[in-house]
Design a protein around this ligand. Structure first.
Ligand SMILES: NC(=O)c1ccc[n+]([C@@H]2O[C@H](COP(=O)([O-])OP(=O)(O)OC[C@H]3O[C@@H](n4cnc5c(N)ncnc54)[C@H](O)[C@@H]3O)[C@@H](O)[C@H]2O)c1
Length: 254
């Protein structure tokens, strides 16, 4: 598998879950992966583990809420490697669950700052770098909560709807510059966000989600990574502006 041989890929939220699985898969497909995350220790360990498996990876600590840091990272990638071919803007947080009237402005702002403005902060310098090169592929992580409502998660759902709007608009603007921009919309995936210490689900909540799912299981992070790899490879050369649902059929019912 060498779909990304010689390519430079930048992945945010790369220390854990979907970002880590995608870093592993892209490195196995031949890319040099710049893994960025807020969590320095987990990020260093993650990059070391990709390298131990024979991939090429470097870790950079990044807070996607910091616009300047996002621009500086993209610039440093282009300076060091000469080009940026692929970007996966994936860092995200879930917030907590409550009725919309109880979400509160602090939670709303915190979730929007990371999930939506964080994607914007990364996307802008990536578009500039890729426009100069006349090519590139970008995937932004939305969610099935970005294609429909998610009771108890108003801020999260609004942020992910925003990611889809931003993705579609950028796709329209940059198609003529050779840049494809897509959103991936995971369903319930087994990561620290759903089953670990960052989980917003209580046991019964998650059990209900699993038993309502057509496949009766959570998705694996690698199953999202496969879609992201395809969207970033030349195999999807006519695909842009899409919202690509990977949810084991959860949103298929009427
Ligand atoms: N797990 C799911 O069921 C699911 C479903 C739909 C969408 N998603 C989305 O997938 C993405 C990845 O989530 P995951 O499930 O792998 O969760 P995760 O918690 O395992 O990973 C998220 C990563 O983002 C990093 N991060 C958080 N805030 C950051 C910031 N300000 N700057 C840089 N990095 C930051 C965290 O340190 C962590 O490593 C998120 O955008 C999430 O909303 C997840």
């Amino acid at each position: 598998m060498s779909e990304l041989a010689g390519k430079i890929a930048l992945i945010t939220g790369a220390a854990s879950g979907i970002g880590l699985a995608t870093s592993e898969l892209m490195a196995a497909a031949g890319a040099t992966v710049v893994m960025a995350d807020l969590d320095q220790e987990a990020g260093n360990n993650a990059a070391a583990s990709v390298e131990r498996s024979g991939g090429r990876a470097v870790f950079h600590r990044l807070d996607v809420r910091d616009a300047q840091a996002c621009s500086a990272l993209v610039e440093s990638v282009v300076e060091r490697f000469g080009h940026l071919d692929v970007a996966f803007n994936n860092a995200g947080i879930s917030g907590s669950t409550s009725l919309t009237e109880d979400q509160g402005l602090e939670l709303w702002q915190r979730v929007l700052d990371v999930n939506l403005t964080g994607v914007f902060h990364c996307l802008v310098p990536q578009l500039r770098a890729m426009r100069a090169a006349g090519k590139g592929a970008i995937v932004n992580t939305a969610s099935i909560a970005g294609t429909g409502g998610a009771a108890g998660a108003a801020a999260y759902s609004a942020s992910k709807h925003g990611v889809i709007g931003l993705t579609r608009t950028a796709a329209l603007e940059y198609a003529k510059h050779g840049i494809r921009i897509n959103a991936v919309c995971p369903g319930y995936i087994e990561t620290p966000m759903t089953v670990g210490d960052r989980s917003i689900f209580t046991g019964p909540h998650l059990d209900r989600a699993v038993s309502a799912a057509p496949m009766r299981r959570l998705g694996r992070p690698q199953e999202i990574a496969e879609m992201v790899l395809w969207l970033c490879s030349d195999r999807s050369s006519y695909v842009t502006g899409g919202q690509h649902i990977v949810d084991g059929g959860v949103t298929a019912s009427c």
